[in-house]
Ligand binder design. Structure first.
Ligand code: NAP
Length: 332
């Protein structure tokens, strides 16, 4: 690839989140979506036509055989990430895999091993970690403006009717609030403390489809920092994060998509806003473009080790809650 060539992306999946990816791609220089694959050629074709994408395919394999792609964005329901991701890396094509990278640690490990064996770039699409406002928040903390950090509270929850077949509730599709949105508060606590919890308690309401519909986690981190984290598909949770320290606090409204943070310290309030150029997905896409251009196999900012740790933590939380997916039964 020459430096001046556009990075050619493919997409696998064209559902709810795909529009956000395409919207962000519009503001990313030197990259475009050249092809989309689904599991049904007609539906993929209709999507491609409606979004001005040049080519469409009824399977990942057909897309990889026919196209010269540099990277593929995988946005199918969680259990289908693995097959597509491994097909891409085996074909030498970089992958950006929607969160959670896989429904469990076993699947995440297979993706990571395949990418490492092939020497091909792979990254989980945890876009929150790339939002520019977090650089401001980090600076405020590093400058000691809120003193020693003692507690972070963060929750991500919305309320939709229980639809047993929908991927949010269907255990065959690795439903549940933890994997869909719980990974965001867990990620923000990890970003803050640089570690997963050393100790935690988790409580949940497990609904009629045997997946977690609302989860509450209290956790402690190395050094003694605490977290109160929550996620839900059946309750509208306040989605601000609050980082509380000995000398002040930082509020991050809509923390998972944040473009604003509020510092409160010494009786003063400072508001910093870093508007997204599109919708916030552009920063993770730019990370992929940069890594692919530089021949990197991993992102320093969202390394595969972090995806593995997160998958392991979510496995452990689900096991405490008694949430086991049908495709996991009988496995160790
Ligand atoms: N980063 C974020 O903010 C964010 C937000 C929402 C979702 N996500 C993640 O994105 C993923 C997809 O979520 P979504 O809400 O977009 O789901 P969705 O609306 O159900 O769309 C899923 C898409 O995948 C296709 N598909 C399903 N099974 C497939 C298979 N076996 N092979 C190929 N394509 C298949 C579907 O095509 P059909 O037309 O054939 O059904 C559909 O186009 C999830 O992992 C979710 O966690 C991320």
């Amino acid at each position: 690839m020459r430096d001046t060539d556009d990075i050619r992306f493919g997409m696998v999946g064209h559902g709810g989140i795909s529009g956000q990816f395409l919207g962000a791609m519009d503001v990313v220089e030197d990259a475009h979506v050249a092809a989309v694959a689904g599991r049904n050629a007609d539906r993929a074709h209709a999507f491609a036509e409606s979004r001005g994408i040049a080519s469409s395919y009824g399977s990942v394999g057909e897309m990889l055989s026919a196209e010269r792609l540099d990277a593929v964005y995988i946005c199918t329901p969680h259990p289908y990430h693995e097959e597509a991701a491994i097909a891409c890396v085996d074909a030498g094509v970089a992958v950006l895999v929607e969160k959670p990278i896989a429904p469990n640690l076993a699947g995440a490990t297979r993706i990571v091993e395949a990418a490492r064996d092939a020497g091909v770039f792979a990254m989980e699409a945890m876009w929150t970690r790339f939002l520019p406002i977090y650089e401001v928040v980090r600076r405020w903390i590093d400058e000691g403006l809120i003193g020693d950090v003692r507690l972070v509270t963060a929750a991500f929850g919305f309320s939709v009717p229980v639809m047993p077949e929908h991927r949010l509730f269907n255990p065959e599709l690795a439903g549940g609030s933890l994997l869909d949105v719980g990974v965001y508060p867990l990620t923000i606590a990890h970003w803050l403390y640089g570690s997963h919890p050393v100790e935690y308690g988790a409580l949940a309401r497990v609904g009629e489809t045997n997946v977690d519909e609302i989860v509450s986690i209290a956790a402690s981190y190395p050094g003694g920092g605490l977290a109160q984290l929550g996620c839900a598909t059946v309750a509208n949770l306040e989605s601000s994060a609050m980082i509380a320290g000995t000398a002040g606090s930082i509020e991050i409204p809509v923390f998972w998509a944040a473009d604003r943070a509020i510092l409160r310290a010494g009786g003063e309030e400072e508001i910093e806003t870093m508007p997204h150029r599109a919708n916030g997905f552009e920063y993770e896409i730019e990370e992929v473009v940069d890594c692919v251009r530089r021949g990197r196999t991993e992102s320093d900012r969202m390394p595969l080790s972090l995806s593995l740790e997160m998958a392991g933590l979510c496995d452990e939380i689900r096991s405490r809650l008694g949430v086991v997916y049908p495709f996991e039964e009988g496995s160790d």
